[in-house]
Design a protein. Sequence first.
Length: 325
Amino acid sequence: MPSAFRKLYSYGAVVALYVLVFGWWLFFFANQGDFLVERVARQGIELEPATELALRSATQDTMRMFVFEGAFLGVLLLGSMMLVVRALQRELALNRQQRNFLSAITHELRSPIASAKLYLESLLLGRAEGEKRERYLKHAHQDLLRLQSMVDSLLQTARLTTKGIEVDLVDLELASELRKIAAELAQEPQTSAAAIELAELSPLSVAADPSALRTILRNLVANAVKYAGPKSRVRWELWSEGAFAVLLVRDFGAGLRDADPKRLFEAFVRGGDEDVRTRPGVGLGLYLVAELAKAQGGSVRARTELEGGGFGVELRLPLAGGGAR
């Protein structure tokens, strides 16, 4: 039995005991006047009607005080019980995420290592020559790049949870920076399969970290390739709203299915159970996107109702100087 359930049962037993005790005392105080009158009568003492009435009135006052104080304690108990249940729900969710992460990371580490090992062993045994040799080297290199990308994400997450994210904000002309990053992503194995389309980009100057911005866009494009298909269209649209530049990175795939858009930017959260999911990844890409955006004074949000279907992420970054240039 999970520890969270054991805690819940233990706390439930305490609550049940409190209810039983409260019920018993409520019964006792409700009948206290009768008990006292009966006990006095057993001693052979006959009470005057006024004295008996005063005695019953006093016991009723005592009962009202007990009910008021007991109700107050009951409200406190109910509130604490709700807090305990919420804490247990968070613990269960965290345990589920940890199990999912361990399942995913085991597969993600094993798959590229086994694949690269197989290619390299074939090369060492002389089973690949000429064009086949080049193809094997290329595939082994891609497997190692995939492994490196995953390890980098894990290291970034570890640094984030211990030290936070350090960014170096500079003024960037965002449109030209986006064109440069798009050209770089077109050459990288993880993102080259996507057809990146740049809408007409307005010249906007933002305060951002170039390295963080590159990581954000690499993760968003890789996410589109993963879920919208290897030949997915990825469109970048840019405009300004108030003191922020808004960049929409969207695909035209099947869109969001079984995942909660409010939780997509949490660590290790993905749309389904890791044991049955076949797509690669450990659920850190969008989490890092959100944290990097926040570190630069910006924010992200999921966009699910897009013309033409698909899924998008809206990235907001502060304009340099607090306004458009």
